[in-house]
Design a protein around this ligand. Structure first.
Ligand code: FES
Length: 212
């Protein structure tokens, strides 16, 4: 396998040619916040806008999940501009998220909590006006619940259901603020094409999909 040498946060490392900066960093214990990327997904949506990094000789920060490693590349995951962009993305996300850690089964094992701690952002931030979606919780599956108010729209459940397993029970509906993960024809999950494999629950980074 061909590799390239690069530096991330002052650490010299090698990564497979063609690898994305995000995975090169994570594989070397350098954390970069991310919600929408998965190592097995070669075409990430790059929709969460949390994985900003700065690269020497580039005038603007770039998203680490889409940027390919290059020989001699110098990456800074803690640059001021990158952190500012990531914080803004997180605070916008939190402005429409229920954030109910005290009553959430995923508390302590939630990627949103981890990212907030890393970026030093209060989960109850008031930087942007809070507008909650107040959507009903879907309890129709015998195995798990789906709370769209805690969904971060990362698309991981949709990807694993469709691309990895070929089921396609889940998808996005609507646009903008009304965008949400749902089933075909907006059926309750328990009455949809869901095969109850539970992979969507395993991959969900927040408390949106939780085992009963
Ligand atoms: S992980 Fe890169 S934009 Fe979401």
């Amino acid at each position: 396998m061909k590799t390239v040498s690069l530096i991330i946060d002052g650490k010299k490392l090698t990564a497979p040619k063609g690898e994305r900066v995000l995975w090169a960093a994570l594989d070397n214990d350098i954390y970069i916040p991310h919600l929408c990327a998965h190592h097995d997904n070669s075409a990430p949506d790059a929709s969460c806008r949390l994985c900003w990094v700065e690269i020497e000789n580039k005038s603007q920060p770039v998203t680490a999940c889409t940027e390919t490693v290059a020989e001699g590349m110098v990456v800074n995951t803690r640059g001021e501009a990158a952190i500012r962009l990531a914080r803004t993305a997180l605070e916008l996300l939190l402005a429409s998220n229920a954030v109910d850690c005290a009553n959430c089964a995923k508390s302590g094992n939630c990627e949103l909590q981890k990212i907030a701690a890393h970026l030093k952002v209060n989960l109850k931030t008031r930087r942007f006006r809070k507008i909650l979606r107040d959507l009903p919780v879907d309890t129709s599956s015998p195995l798990f619940t789906y709370d769209p108010n805690k969904c971060v729209l990362c698309g991981q459940c949709i990807w694993v259901c469709r691309k990895q397993l070929g089921i396609g029970a889940l998808g996005f509906a609507h646009r903008g603020f009304n965008r949400r993960m749902t089933t075909f024809n907006d059926q309750p999950i328990g009455q949809s094409a869901c095969a109850e494999c539970r992979e969507c629950v395993n991959i969900c980074p927040t408390g949106a999909l939780c085992f009963k």
